[in-house]
Design a protein around this ligand. Structure first.
Ligand SMILES: [Ca+2]
Length: 203
């Protein structure tokens, strides 16, 4: 069982490495924040079951973008939270990203069993996509952002991203990461919502 998980992980990684290499974009390093004082597991649900994904997910911190505030996310380059029709067709708030904008999450506790994430994305204007960058808290500091791949919407409606690679580093127990979405293109405009991280340990 363990071996199957490893192989599946490699296949997913291979699928995303090519576009990331071809069109890599590394986010500007956001202002550092204190790591969380302690780590506990969040709540898990089959949140994407309606989209035929049976995995259990936990919401990234502020990953619903439904707060009126930034919810601890750091925005630059025109990133903001706006009212919009969400991926489920209901009214709510989403993360709004014009080209060049970036949004960085608060710290999140993960383990090596949290290898992937998925988010809803919509290309409001233009092509290109959003780059998924990850920072790791190691040796008392945040690493520079690492570009782990790009994702984009299909046509103009909401789409579910492919599995985005978190690439936890090999260690036992909890580690902390911050995620950055960096909007690509020159005059494009994206919206992101419902950012879920997949803890394989809870399958
Ligand atoms: Ca939302």
């Amino acid at each position: 069982m363990k071996q199957i998980r490893v192989l599946a992980g490699l296949a997913a990684a291979a699928a995303l490495i090519a576009p990331a290499t071809a069109r890599a974009a590394t986010a500007a390093t956001p202002a550092p924040v204190d790591p969380l004082g302690s780590c506990t597991a969040g709540s898990f649900s089959q949140s994407l079951l309606a989209l035929k994904d049976k995995s259990y997910y936990t919401l990234a911190p502020g990953g619903a973008f439904d707060s009126e505030t930034t919810d601890g996310w750091q925005f630059s380059g025109g990133a903001s939270i706006v009212a919009a029709t969400q991926s489920d067709g209901g009214a709510g708030n989403v993360l709004d990203l014009p080209s060049g904008a970036q949004a960085t999450s608060p710290p999140m506790c993960i383990t090596t069993d949290y290898p992937t994430a998925r988010a809803a994305i919509r290309n409001v204007v233009g092509g290109d996509g959003v780059f998924f960058n990850v920072q790791y808290y190691r040796d008392g500091a945040w690493t520079t952002p690492k570009d782990n791949g790009q994702f984009h919407g299909e046509k103009l409606g909401w789409s579910l991203s492919p599995r985005l690679n978190v690439h936890p580093y090999k260690t036992t127990g909890w580690q902390q990461v911050r995620f950055t979405f960096l909007a690509g293109g020159k005059a494009s405009h994206f919206q992101v919502d419902d950012f879920w991280v997949d803890p394989r340990a809870f399958r």
